[in-house]
Design a protein around this ligand. Structure first.
Ligand code: SN0
Length: 320
């Protein structure tokens, strides 16, 4: 595997889930692959789970991880081509990327949407430069439009918690938030759940207010139910997330607290499990009662971030 950006990069989902089980059961079995190999993970934005789980996955594989926080520890990097660099950005990605590539075997990049220009964000201008100029396999650690390590961990978690249910109903619901958040998590979740639906694993529905429809390329073939209550009926998994508007790009159009997932919302479901990628704003996205209930699986979901990252790193090491 030379890149991990979209669901297509992981190939067959049944095979990926089988490999995830194997890795979870025997995390230290492939240390020979990572011996004397280095992964550099680069953060343009904050991170807790991604930063720790990717390092842990690399350590499980016997690799040496190096973490770089671009805005704190290094020179400020220019990301746009053709600009006169007379501002506060010291170095261009065009030099920085091949330099970083020369120090490692695999690169991971976190770089959120900037919300200045939808085209710049949706063309994945930054991560694509890493793919093009690093000469190394590249892992998306949440980029402008996607968060595949999260969505893969979510699929692993659903597979683990579905119990006897053959085809669980999985619902992605928008929920209110005080700040404008990226669409990356819901985009990837929709992309991966649609693929899982096509593989016969789940039934998938998205619910969000008017003005919050995800980009058309992520909603192709996806069932959209505007009535949140109808969407929740019979659900086995509720996946809550806030995102800002795609249509009115990066804007907050609503903070409607009737969308907050509380006990009444959960009573509409088939005793659903509650999921969220974290970090989560309590009593905005989800009530204390729901996130503290036994049906909340946000912690095992976060734990599976090590597993998803490790499957990806393992496949990259196998093809170095
Ligand atoms: C990020 C997001 O994409 O929504 C990361 C999720 C993995 N979340 C935030 O930036 C939350 C910020 C906040 O103020 O709650």
């Amino acid at each position: 595997m030379r890149r991990f950006l979209t669901v297509g990069d992981i190939g067959d989902l049944h095979a990926a889930l089988a490999e995830a089980k194997e890795v979870k059961a025997n995390p230290f079995n492939w240390q020979h692959l990572g011996k004397n190999k280095t992964i550099i993970i680069i953060f343009f934005n904050s991170s807790l789970r991604t930063r720790l789980s990717t390092q842990k996955a690399a350590l499980n594989m016997g690799m040496n991880p190096i973490v770089l926080n671009i805005n704190g520890d290094s020179w400020k990097l220019e990301t746009e081509m053709g600009v006169i660099m007379d501002g506060d950005k010291t170095e261009h990605l065009r030099e920085a990327i091949p330099v970083i590539g020369s120090y490692c075997d695999i690169i991971g990049v976190r770089s959120f949407a900037e919300f200045k220009d939808r085209k710049f964000d949706y063309e994945e201008t930054i991560i694509n430069q890493f793919v093009q100029y690093s000469g190394r396999p590249v892992i998306s650690l949440e980029t402008a439009t996607r968060h595949p390590c999260q969505a893969f961990a979510d699929l692993i978690t659903i597979d683990e918690y579905k119990g006897q249910i053959k085809k669980p109903k999985v619902v992605l619901t928008w929920a209110p938030h005080p700040r404008a958040l990226p669409q990356a998590v819901p985009n990837s979740f929709a992309e991966w759940m649609r693929a899982a639906e096509q593989a016969g694993m789940i039934d998938f529905v998205v619910t969000n207010p008017e003005g919050y429809d995800l980009a058309p390329e992520f909603m192709e073939g996806v069932k959209l139910e505007r009535d949140q209550k109808k969407a929740f009926e019979g659900a086995d998994f509720i996946y809550a997330k806030n995102w800002s508007s795609y249509e009115q790009y990066g804007q907050i159009l609503s903070k409607d607290m009737s969308w907050t997932v509380d006990a009444e919302h959960m009573s509409w479901t088939n005793n659903a499990k509650f999921m969220h990628c974290l970090p989560v704003r309590r009593n905005m996205i989800v009530s204390d009662e729901v996130i503290d209930s036994p049906n909340s699986i946000v912690i095992p979901e976060a734990a599976n971030r090590v597993v998803s990252a490790q499957v990806v790193i393992k496949r990259m090491l196998e093809k170095l």
